[in-house]
Design a protein around this ligand. Sequence first.
Ligand SMILES: [Ca+2]
Ligand SMILES: [Ca+2]
Length: 282
Amino acid sequence: MNCVPQHPPISIRTFSHRLASARSGPHRLSSSHHVSTPSKDHSVKHFRMSVLIATVAALSSSLAAAAGDAVASLHCRATGGNAVIGVRPGGTFTTVIALESSLPIIYNSALFRVVLTRPGIAVNAYQWADPFETGGPFDFSLPGMQLPQAVDADTLAGPTYPEGVLDVEFASFLPVGDRGTGTVVEVDFTIPAKLAPGETVFITAVPDTFAFGVLTIPTAAGTVLTVRTTFSPDFDGDGVIAAPDLSIYLARWGTPNGDLDGDGLSNSQDLALLLTAWGSSV
Ligand SMILES: [Ca+2]
Ligand SMILES: [Ca+2]
């Protein structure tokens, strides 16, 4: 799916400015960040840096050959790897944003936008994966943004981006990179409670700059996470999952109007969920 508008390149100065702002982010999910100090095993770090620089130099010819073609992609999936999930209106879910490389690319800076196709979705919290514990979200129109933050037309990543794009920018930087593929950051969102069941939201991570130093890694947007709002198994609204709900559900069999798991259909998977909830109160 290619529903994301193109965006202008980010200059190193702009990148540095956004990184400086992003690093102050106080909204991380975990407080277990490790902080490097200049005195900590400097020789090992120096050796490690030398190895990494040599590795990147060896890769540079491959990258040059691939100029214009992405060698890495940035994917959005749910926890567990699903690309389609169901969430009740007002419900919370986690998006895992991960980089996948076709080459053993190492990067130490990441700047990208999380683009949403519906306004009002709230960013609750985030957790950068090691080694990117220094990162944060950055909103160019709301520096120092506080979480939770509902994403709408007033929370665009910056004035240089196309109008109408709903997004939040994330940025992180480390002196030494040691990650070529894997999770970059996990972000917790809340779907607006006013959304009706059966609504669909698409979430995409659009890379601006993935780099090792000045060597930019050609990176493209990958898997789009589809989030579909689901129905309550209490179809008749009496607060209990019971026979009347089963009757209503069976009448909706084969239509989208009994979907409980987010696949957009009313089928045996939803029936299993209904029976699992049988007798419970909502
Ligand atoms: Ca009921
Ligand atoms: Ca279903």
